[in-house]
Design a protein around this ligand. Sequence first.
Ligand code: XMP
Length: 507
Amino acid sequence: MIAVLDLGSQYSQSIARRVRECGVYSRLLPYDISLEELRRLKPCGLILSGGPASVYEPGAPRLRPEVLEAGWPVLGICYGMQLMAQHLGGEVGAAAEGEYGAARLVIDAPEEPLLAGLGGELDVWMSHGDRIVALPPGFRPLAHTANTPIAAMGDAARRLYGLQFHPEVAHTPQGQAVLERFCRICGCAQSWTPASFIEEATQRMRAEIGEGQVICALSGGVDSAVTATLLQQAVGDQLTAVFVNNGLLREGEVEEVLELFRDHGLRLRYVDASAAFLAALAGVSDPEEKRKRIGATFVDVFEQEARSLGQVDFLAQGTLYPDVIESATPGKSAVRIKSHHNVGGLPERLRFRLVEPLRYLFKDEVRRVGLALGLPESMVWRQPFPGPGLAVRVIGEVTAERLAVLRRADAIVRAEIAAAGLAREVWQYFAVLTPLRSVGVMGDRRTYAQVVAVRAVAAEDAMTADWARLPHDVLARIGSRIVNEVPAVNRVVYDITSKPPATIEWE
Ligand code: XMP
């Protein structure tokens, strides 16, 4: 394991992801973690992330010096490098000019294992105001750029390294190779694979759950599907999965989920609660109010099912690592659990203990684990779908009729994207039913019908997104099929805003 000490950079998560892509498990930890706690986690090396502060600012995050001196190999990135230099007797100063964006790195020590075999020059991404003015004793310069005389430094004897550039971002194409070299310097085994995760998680859950009974909510999404499959593998019939049809699912979704898990031999309870959800949504247009009512109805329905099962000890949830990181209190070593927004409130009301087998995985890792567990590609590569379902995509009041219109239009969007072979490439693609009506003409007759918006975005994660440049012929087919096949609709528009400033969903 490589511990990434998070000094506040917006890229800290990416460091952990990239290290894992090297086949080495990595976790983000608070920068002020104690030596004792860190030792318990048995890392084979440390990475100090970047951060927005300047080492001379009062209140800037500092490491505990004993952590740096404990003998682990350390790689400091940007602010992490500067902090390391400062701790070890070097000097950091404000650069006359900051360096932000692409730069050309010239490698001055190509024999050094951190940068060996990468050629003489690299394209790198820089983002710093301060820089190293004097190296700490024992270090030598490894690389420079036009603006930064010491863009990489190292002390091979103590296995301490610093990079002024960011190897973890896509704009540093060889960054992954640099991190891989650091993993090798640390002597890490490249054993972080879906199979090793499944093996370890299964054993851990067996120990944790013992003879207890576990309940799990299936949503039709990847995370809950992988959670349920993993638990079933670990504790078999001690798991009951509950699939609540909230009436807000997409066309064909209920059947697909039931069929998939029937084949997997999961003990599954199916509850059709569409009527209860629709009743709760009657007359509600405000998106937040919709969410609240859906959440509350879900808790009611799930609670009723759980009670009917008799004694249940654990609730399994598909919480992922980004949720865990986001809800961690900065500066505190303990990670606070965020109740999953789709089943929020359940653990408190039912006094279940939580099992969260995916809480240290990123989404792409969950997908790989799903495939290794034998889940089909069609499930594993599903696009993200919000817990409150189509209710957030019917703008205005949610009624059975409006849901039916949206479902048809959405099925057409999905079918055409799939037919064009774009389903993996596009992050999300769906239809939205707007509250607008407009005049149209069909077969010489005037129409006054509804407007459907099509949303398709490209993204690496849902934090930012850009509208997808779908081929015009695909858009043309989507538009023409919707107006021809969905009688209530006479106009289709395409959303050309990015996030930010817009969001992915319309709500
Ligand atoms: P926005 O619309 O904020 O959405 O750009 C970001 C991502 O989150 C998804 N989303 C949800 N996912 N429960 C979920 O599991 C929810 O309540 C929820 N709301 C939005 C959205 O589809 C996008 O991928």
